[in-house]
Design a protein around this ligand. Structure first.
Ligand SMILES: Cc1cc2nc3c(=O)[nH]c(=O)nc-3n(C[C@H](O)[C@H](O)[C@H](O)COP(=O)(O)OP(=O)(O)OC[C@H]3O[C@@H](n4cnc5c(N)ncnc54)[C@H](O)[C@@H]3O)c2cc1C
Length: 452
């Protein structure tokens, strides 16, 4: 087996290593020593990087589907896209979905991912009925919110550190159509945008896109997008042909065939943020809404270009995502935006969203409050600024999302995740030698730096 670069979505950090692709979870032979299991490597940083990796990419069997209850049992390597291909024509959808459908079921559970409906539906694990977990010892456990609940809680959001998820049962949501009724609102500054988000919180799906470059009175201006599932009657009224009512997504329209050279990526970024700001400024104040939108552009606007991460060049990029407690959010978000502007950092894609209550699982990210998500080209001057942003967040009782992280310190991590001691206890019980670990887990002190 030859070494190859093991990379995450943000292409930083990488290491040389060996990735094996067992045909089924049962055929998965653990490598000697330390290793990690991973799915589609959509984590932005080193949560999915290790020198020895076991890939779940071939674990794609659908094991059972209860049509009445919408309970789907499948192997952990099945992507959310593949689940949708099976479920949507039968009138079912994912109860919670992240901003890309190219995520494996195992990866969605291990990161306890959230979507545009966190305030209404919680995170992914709320809808997981059971998990089959293979421990490094070879023992197989079945865990659920009622059966070994401490193992379930540590596995949901546990970043693959408690065991290998072989399969899981997920409760799907019934839909009448594959379309959403979408409304768009414009806000002139942060206070207006947050007021809009609060006022429209009754909608099942909400997300705001923010112009991170606007300053002064316009700081934090942006657009709020809300939506709810459209009924068959609405589609009929709009003249959408019946055969499209439960249509599934199409393959990506474009593919970036190569990684852009660094200087082209930097130039594109420099022009890109100015262009994005210009576009924001000219978007209409009032929208003719609501409009009917298929689930693919509504939930997965970035999926229409395959491998778009290559646009950030060989140096790669970092996504920084935090959550701030609700009462500290307005002041915290403003300070973060000001810090970025003073440092001359420009984020191309910037998302603001209000979360509902968290589930209290030790490493699960969501807590009640606002999340802010920023994308940056990787440059040397970026790192000290991100350290300052971390300080702003933890000083206000917030935390950084592990699935997006590539560089936070062990101290920032410990401050943001009060469930860490409970997680360590379970990790020790399930994996006493610390065999399952990512480079992130080593960096954050979840295991010793030198593996067994
Ligand atoms: C464009 C884009 C948009 C995104 N939007 C969102 C969003 O809106 N909300 C959100 O929450 N996240 C979002 N993400 C992050 C993404 O949902 C998570 O990183 C997710 O975990 C990726 O799944 P994966 O299959 O690629 O897992 P990987 O990146 O391969 O692995 C992620 C973690 O899961 C563990 N893992 C994977 N498979 C298993 C298994 N079978 N058993 C045990 N552990 C396992 C790995 O060890 C690793 O720690 C986004 C990512 C991208 C690229």
């Amino acid at each position: 087996m030859r070494n190859k670069p093991i990379a995450p979505w943000g292409r930083f950090p990488t290491c040389e290593g060996v990735e094996t692709f067992p045909e089924t979870p049962r055929a998965a032979a653990f490598p000697a020593g330390r290793f990690l299991v991973r799915g589609l490597a959509r984590s932005y940083g080193d949560a999915c990087v290790q020198r020895r990796v076991l890939s779940s990419r071939k674990w794609k069997r659908l094991l059972a589907f209860d049509q009445k209850k919408g309970l789907l049992t499948c192997e952990a390597g099945l992507s959310l896209a593949e689940i949708l291909e099976y479920a949507v024509p039968q009138g079912w959808f994912l109860p919670v979905t992240p901003g890309t459908k190219w995520v494996s079921l195992g990866g969605a559970i291990a990161s306890d991912v959230h979507g545009k409906n966190h305030h209404a539906a919680g995170s992914f694990s709320r809808h997981v009925a059971e998990i089959e977990l293979l421990l490094p010892s070879g023992e197989v456990l079945r865990t659920s919110p009622k059966r070994r609940p401490e193992v379930f809680a540590a596995t949901c959001g546990g970043m693959g550190l408690t065991g290998v998820i072989r399969s899981a049962t997920l409760k799907l949501e019934k839909i009448e159509t594959a379309y959403l009724s979408q409304s768009v609102y414009r806000a002139e500054n942060l206070a207006e945008l947050m007021a809009l988000i609060e006022a429209r919180g009754g909608e099942p799906f909400t997300v705001a896109w923010l112009d991170v470059n606007a300053s002064g009175k316009s700081m934090g201006r942006g657009h709020l997008i809300t939506g709810h599932w459209a009924s068959a009657r609405e589609l009929e009224k709009a003249g959408i042909p019946r055969e499209k009512w439960l249509s599934v997504h199409r393959p990506p329209k474009f593919k970036l065939p190569w990684t852009l050279p660094n200087f082209v990526a930097s130039l594109a970024n420099a022009v890109g943020w100015k262009w994005a700001s210009w576009v924001y400024h000219r978007l209409p104040r009032k929208y003719a809404s609501p409009s009917l939108v298929h689930y693919d552009p509504f939930f997965y606007p970035l999926d229409f270009i395959d491998d778009w991460n290559r646009a950030y060049g060989e140096n790669g990029f970092l996504q920084w995502q935090c959550v701030l407690p609700r009462e500290k959010s307005a002041e915290g978000v403003r300070l973060i935006l000001e810090t970025c502007q003073k440092a001359g950092l420009h984020s191309f894609v910037t998302v603001l969203k209000l979360f509902g209550k968290g589930n209290g699982y030790p490493l699960s990210f969501p807590m009640e409050g606002y999340i802010l998500c920023l994308d940056f080209n990787r440059t040397e001057r970026l790192f000290p600024v991100l350290d300052r942003l971390d300080e702003i967040v933890v000083a206000r009782g917030g935390r950084i999302y592990l699935a997006k992280d590539a560089r936070m310190s062990a101290r920032t991590f410990a401050k943001g995740y009060p469930g860490l001691p409970a997680f360590r206890k379970i990790k020790k019980a399930l994996d006493p030698e610390g065999r399952l670990a990512s480079l992130q887990a080593e960096r954050l002190g979840l295991v010793t730096r030198r593996g067994p």
